[in-house]
Design a protein. Sequence first.
Length: 569
Amino acid sequence: MIEVNNLSFKYERDSHHCLKGIDLQIGEGEVILVLGPSGSGKSTLALTLNGLIPNSFPGEISGKVHVCGMESFKTPVYELTQKVGIVFQDPEAQFVSMNVEDEIVFGLENLCYPPEEMEERLVEALSKVDMLDYRYRDVYSLSGGEKQKILLAALMAIRPSVLIFDEPTANLDPVGTLEFFETVKSLKETDKHTIILIEHKLDDLIHLIDRVIVIDKEGVKLLEGTPLEVFSEHTDLLIQKGIWMPQTALLANKFKENNIKPHKIPLSIEEACDYLKYLKPSFNNLENNHSSVESTDSTNPVLEIRNLSFAYNKCKVIEDVNLKVDKGDFLAIVGANGAGKTTLAKHMVDIIHPPQNTVFLEGKDISDISTKHMSHKIGYVFQNPEHQFIKNTVEEQLTFGLKLRGFSDDEIKDWLDSTLERFRIKSYVKMSPYMLSHGQKRLLSVATMLTLGQDILILDEPTFGQDLKSSSELLTFLNSLNQEGKTIIMITHDMSLVARHARNVMVMADGKAIFFGSTHKLFKNEEILQRARLTPPPLFELSGCLSKYNKNWKGLSTPEEFIYALKTK
């Protein structure tokens, strides 16, 4: 189905190749997982397969790409896209219509399908992603996850032979992610689709993958093989390169670091349970440790919301929400797509102006606080990094706020050098922010927001589009800020991230706050999880499986907790 020979590509005005000498052969019906650090060229490879590179994105290209018997460099894009469908990382970059129905049928109309068949395909595609009730909605009124589902439906309606998904679950809630993987499973079982996935949520996907292709930072193919070959034989290399792995494989590596030698690297909960059930944890005091950090009855919160409600076009998005955030807390806000998480956060920073007497910063109604004072107190990192870019180069973007506030040239240079080094974006300092990979854009947006050293940081999906190394470094940095007394509020769908870093969790469902408490109390509350379309992290599920053999396994949710339980006497 796909043959790539010695493919190299360099974007116009870029100084280095983002792909170098790539060779691939992909057969009909295969499900291929493409992994690599941020900026390694994964998305670029995908764009060469449907002809957008070089037909729409100019640059220097060599080698050959054949898809379904067609040479992609010479075949018109409109012909290739009937055979190769792609869902991009950023949903908004792909919309061509204003409402859901028009978006789904746009491609079908251009291909001159009869109206009755368009209707059939429209209903079928929206039903597959559980979005039929959204048929007449404005696409820009949808949440990030809902937008991603609509793009998936638009792709399914065309029914191409090759399906390429570039971080398709990045904006989906945990249950939505599982539903998407079920869709991939059903497509795989038909043996009619060749599927290429650029994805890092691997635990519930790995059993569907036939082969894994790993691309290095320099755009060179680093590894290729079955999931077992890649993750079992190259664990250290993958971690060194900052490449995502299944949580169970990361746990096994943590065991190895602590001289608990695994006899194999498990790739699933079942394999990990079978491997660990013979080990005997000696201690588990997590319940007491975690219950003591809750602060729901704070009398002096740094940020408070009282009875806040909000509606878009008479559609209620937030309903009577109350929240108190203590100074120095690390709070995660979680919930299903469309639950109101981002809308709530925008009220916290006055992007959406809240009614009087509903949002308070350090005891003061933010309606009475100037924008300048707010920006010195609270930093906000948008879900879409590009919404924060206002300058033409990375350097200008990073230094803009400092220059406005009168910092000296020497102070600006020192801060710029340390920030570029910390976030590993030094080589991109003269590039346009819009030319960065999505992971690099995310790092830049976070770095930009940290210029003022605000006391409160709110981050909407902070690890979206980032590799394992970048995500770990960012969260380590946020934890260090938190230990210094900064208050961190994180909106995320990643329950493993919540387990490892959050002190408290607020759960939203249908615009309402339905839970506030410790992570462990949340993961045990099946009713709340189900109502909010959440799932516990994979290692919490593993601990449940293992607790059948030893009760001291119960309730563990991070690698550190597993090690602690085994090594404490």
